[in-house]
Write a protein that binds this ligand. Structure first.
Ligand code: GLN
Length: 251
């Protein structure tokens, strides 16, 4: 009788621990959560109800290496790094530029692409170069390096939630120019003949993935994967695969 009682207790204990484990560790070990702002083609944008793009493919390769399922969470750009800091996401991949300021609060992987801020204008605009920006209404995406550049070098910009909304404001004449990252600017300008990018870039930047300082293991694993994607030519193939369907990317 005693044995039966012990066996029952043991069975209950095992069940409880299994349920506990499944609940506690399940998503941590089976999912890799990526925070992003998904109106930034070709790095992240919506295709139907799916979020796709270069960053999604890179994060997908990291998830595959770890044997986890990639889950993409769409949020505002100025929330992607805080989401990682708060443990709501494992990493932020959102065309994020490495900056000294951001490095104080988050770790960056090795860079995976070179970027720049550029000036987007309506065709025929009187703004022809950086020197013409003074006194103009400048649209930026809030919390970006474009926002910082304009605030520090020209004056207070008009801040928008995402680059698509900033471009809509440019089209409707609410702002005179938009300062944003060169690759999304190229997608917007390719799709719309009424938009032009000025030749002279404002900054020289590099994108990397942001990972919590509390998660050096994930940082190391992500760096291995990114280096491998670079060395094998796979990263170049991923980037090239988003160059052709410019129309789709700009939807
Ligand atoms: N590269 C810019 C930054 O890091 C903008 C990124 C974005 O808008 N997704 O601030």
């Amino acid at each position: 009788m005693k044995h039966v009682f012990h066996a029952a207790l043991l069975a209950i204990a095992i069940c409880a621990s299994l349920v506990g484990c499944a609940k506690k560790d399940d998503s941590k070990t089976t999912q890799l959560v990526m925070a992003t702002e998904a109106t930034f083609p070709p790095y992240e944008f919506r295709e139907g109800d799916k979020i796709v793009g270069i960053d999604v493919d890179i994060a997908g390769a990291i998830a595959k290496e770890l044997g986890r399922e990639l889950v993409v969470e769409d949020t505002k750009f100025d929330s992607v790094i805080p989401a990682v800091q708060a443990g709501k996401a494992d990493l932020a991949a959102s065309g994020i530029t490495i900056t000294e300021d951001r490095k104080k609060t988050i770790n960056f992987t090795i860079p995976y692409v070179e970027a720049a801020q550029v000036i987007l204008v309506p065709a025929g605009s009187e703004v022809k170069s950086t020197a013409d920006l003074k006194g103009k209404r400048i649209g930026v995406q809030s919390g970006t390096t474009g926002d910082t550049y304009v605030a520090e070098n020209v004056g207070e910009p008009d801040r928008f939630d995402n680059p698509a909304v900033a471009v809509a404001a440019l089209k409707s004449g609410k702002v005179d120019v938009v300062v944003c990252d060169k690759d999304p600017a190229r997608v917007f300008a390719t799709k719309d003949a009424a938009l032009q990018i000025l030749d002279e870039p404002l900054t020289k930047e590099e994108y990397a993935i942001a990972i919590s300082k509390a998660n050096p293991e994930l940082l190391a694993a992500a760096n291995v994967v990114i280096q491998r994607l670079k060395d094998s030519g796979e990263l170049a193939r991923i980037v090239a695969s988003y160059e052709k369907p410019a129309d789709a990317a700009a939807e």
